[in-house]
Design a protein around this ligand. Sequence first.
Ligand SMILES: [Zn+2]
Length: 470
Amino acid sequence: MRLASDRTAWTFACLVLAACGDPPEGAESSAPAVPAAPTRVVLVTLDTLSADRLGCYGGKDVATPRLDALAAAGTRFERAAVPMPQTAPSHASLLTGRYPLSHGLTDNWHSLAPEVDTLAELLLRRGVETACFYNVFQFNEANLIQGFRKQVRDSSDEARDVVPKLLAWLDELPAEKPAFAWAHLFIAHTPFVPPEPYKSRYVKHDFAGAADFSVRTRLDLLRGAGLPPNYAEEFLGLYDAEVAFLDQRVGELLDGLEARGGLARTLLLFMADHGESRARETLGLHAFVATQETLRVPFLVAGPRVARGRVVEELVENVDVMPTLLEAFGHDPVALLGELQDGRSLWPLLAADAVAIGEGGAEPRVAFGSLPCAPGSDAAPAAPELLTAWQGRFKLVVTRKEGDEQVALYDADADPQQRTDLAANHPEVVRALRRRIDDWLADTRARSATAGPLSRAGQQMLQQLGYGDR
Ligand SMILES: [Zn+2]
């Protein structure tokens, strides 16, 4: 296994191929388990979906049978991180393999520099058909759909046309043409418009006031008089109803793919761009919150060569998707991306013929997070700068505001809302992770691209979503 650099030192070296006897039919004979180039890859991003709402992640409140079944049919990553809880920067990391401080899109209010290579651009140049299907205008404006030959935008709130249009595109493809499709389902994000029967099933408290659940309204309420009675209950009920409806829409996609060769034909990845904040004091304000509720996301992979029913405990990140998919199409991500990439291919964890034998000697991985990191750049001017480092059981959170810096340490698994500061109990962990954050900042900022301004139309869209004025 080649190493991209010291910062991406391979911590999965502990994983080896099953070495006894002949390799399984169709398997590679040497590590790592590089799959044969799949005909089709479908990447689905699920906006604002917290891992703990899904049954396969232990959630008990919402019925998510289709995503749960997909997890059983493939590999589920128990600890998957995104680097920022905002839609455009997180998707930019997914689509470039680089942290926001490296690709330069450090908030929702800018656009990705055209010279930053995306997965779709690299694949398109190498003969892969590419298409994207989405219903959020922001992706055009943030320059995140560069490299997709076909770009289909569905203007409905329910993303009702995303799945049918993706399936229709697959039907039009030449049979053996390699293809990469990205579909974005903007359902569990406000505005909430869950259809029946989901709304009645999950909304148990009727909020008597004007049911305005926009980000701006919640910011104003939380900074002022607080939330009215039943506001939080209705918000959370509507959110769960949207999650249940999202699962149905995922089921439509899975049924459509099943009719087109199913998982034997298509490599399928589902990942959220961030979760939602359920804490009452930051209710629904995921874009300004860097807790485990927002930075730990569901991540499921299924399809050719992928282990069925595997649960991976190792920490992975959304920047890993790009090298994983480059490798899936037969390309060497290290050769293509060099020192710019922050991710690593996940095939040693995904491949059905790889066997995990435990952690090796390398230091466990750290997943870094940041918010907003460009002073004055976010829509909530009073928000502090946050830097996070998640490693194993612990997560360090550095908060900087007006020249002051505070650090806190949390149990990353047991305390997702980050209520209990453990820093005093583990000073050595605090020191080590604080150093890692400094090294990471120096490294990423030294190779950062410069984002461009967001168009006026893109700014208006964000304002309509309630993210306020610049
Ligand atoms: Zn989002």
